[in-house]
Design a protein around this ligand. Structure first.
Ligand SMILES: [Zn+2]
Length: 453
């Protein structure tokens, strides 16, 4: 495991004590999060809880990425270490790298680490090995500078600034801004995060690119709604044949076809495509080319949906492994709460089932331990409204739920109905009619209780 230690330093700004985790060995293969931390400047850096100032700790570092045969040492000049002390530190870190290698993992590059003279130099070398050129890095830095310019601008100057930089506001710029927002949220700086989100909204509303984005999103939503209405009109008993008919009626309209795949991917199985081929064979000469194009489009969209699902599963598997490998699982869980989604829970549950089937008691008890930790982190991070709705869903019967609503619904107000609607939409996608029914009952009771208030 990567070597990490904790230290307490006085904040450079307000002198309050700040806890910093210092990591001296970054192994990109074993600990991808540490690489992300390095590239985003969060490594060996802690934000002062009292005043929000970032405090960097200068420490020697060794970066290792076996997949790229990359070993880079960095001893900050600020430490003022004499040459032999530098060599000693580097030697110790190299020994640590080689001692954790798998059998047969030793290669010549491990004998001669590259050197970085500055932190930025280290980051540049890591990025270059990822195929990111100095020009790309420079344009990324320009984007970050522009984001900072927006964040520092007073409200009344913002519209003018957006207009002035309209040409630079593109997908990559928006992505950079989102990354910065995520970073600020991860540091727990709520007020700053709120400000960034507000400015981002203004940029979306006022820039040419943002307006295009909004128009696209709206068109997409309308298309999905139209297709969902068409599906509803087919009735509850609709199956493969009806969906096939609907798909053929969309021939030539890629947007509707894509929305259809997104809504009913599971119905588009092997049999579905066989039936489609049969329909093409029977089609008139006029229709044939259009139907064939429809088949091509449906195949491409289903492949796309499946690929996204696979990528999500791979990410969830990676996160689960990281939690299992960590000596501080709760910290890893806490840092990754946004990724503890449905896919993650499915992967975790499947792993527990598999370990149980194999009779691997050790693995299954460790996985169940992770499950408990994840569930408690999730409920601790849940907004209070959702926690209350969960409590209501778990109530032993309708009477008890009604009682709880009478006692506590007023604490939350109309936000409670919103929380239920969001939860309802999530559950709708999972097909749990019993829960939906319960939720509808709860919603009705709450609405009544709030109205009488
Ligand atoms: Zn401070």
């Amino acid at each position: 495991m990567p070597k990490a230690s904790q230290t307490t330093i006085p904040c450079a700004q307000c002198r309050q004590p700040v806890r910093v985790t210092i990591q001296s060995l970054i192994d990109a293969g074993q600990d991808p999060q540490a690489k992300i931390g390095l590239l985003s400047g969060r490594l060996n850096n802690a934000v002062c809880p009292a005043c929000g100032t970032p405090n960097a700790v200068m420490a020697p570092m060794m970066y290792h990425d076996a997949s790229k045969e990359l070993l880079i040492s960095f001893v900050p000049m600020e430490l003022g270490l004499p040459k032999d002390a530098q060599e000693k530190v580097i030697g110790e870190l190299m020994r640590e790298v080689t001692s954790s290698l798998p059998q047969g993992g030793f290669k010549a590059y491990l004998l001669q680490p590259r050197q970085a003279l500055t932190m930025q130099g280290l980051i540049d070398q890591v990025l270059q090995a990822d195929g990111i050129t100095p020009e790309m890095m420079e344009s990324q830095r320009a984007r970050v500078r522009l984001v900072e310019q927006f964040l520092q601008a007073p409200d009344d100057l913002l519209p003018g600034l957006i207009q002035q930089h309209d040409a630079q506001i593109d997908a990559q710029f928006m992505q950079t801004m989102t990354l910065i927002l995520q970073q600020i949220m991860a540091e727990g700086r709520q007020a700053a995060a709120q400000r960034v989100a507000e400015i981002q909204n203004q940029i979306v509303e006022q820039s040419t690119f943002g307006k295009q984005l909004m128009a696209q999103a709206q068109a997409q939503e309308e298309t999905i709604q139209l297709v969902a209405d068409d599906l509803n009109a087919l009735g509850e008993q609709a199956g493969r044949a009806e969906v096939l008919g609907l798909a053929l009626s969309y021939a030539g309209d890629e947007q509707r076809l894509q929305a259809l795949v997104g809504l009913v991917r599971p119905l588009m199985d092997y049999q579905f495509f066989q039936d489609l081929t049969a329909a093409i064979d029977k089609a008139s000469a006029d229709d044939r080319a259009r139907f064939e194009a429809t088949r091509e489009a449906l195949l491409a969209f289903t492949a796309m949906v499946d690929q996204q699902a696979q990528a999500a599963v791979a990410e969830a598997v990676g996160l689960l492994q990281e939690i299992l490998a960590s000596s501080e699982p709760d910290t890893v869980i806490e840092e990754n709460v946004p990724y503890l989604d449905n896919t993650f829970m499915q992967v975790l549950t499947a792993n527990i089932q598999e370990a149980t089937r194999r009779n691997d008691l050790n693995a299954s008890s460790r996985l169940k331990d992770v499950y408990q930790r994840v569930m408690s982190a999730l409920s601790a991070n849940m907004p209070p409204e959702l926690r209350f709705v969960n409590e209501l869903l778990n109530a032993p019967g309708p009477e008890q739920a009604r009682q709880l609503i009478a006692e506590r619904a007023k604490e939350f107000g109309p936000g409670l109905l919103e929380a239920i609607d969001i939860l309802g939409q999530q559950i709708q996608g999972q097909g749990s009619p019993a829960v939906l029914e319960k939720l509808a009952f709860i919603r009705g009771e709450i609405a009544e209780s709030l109205a009488s208030w």
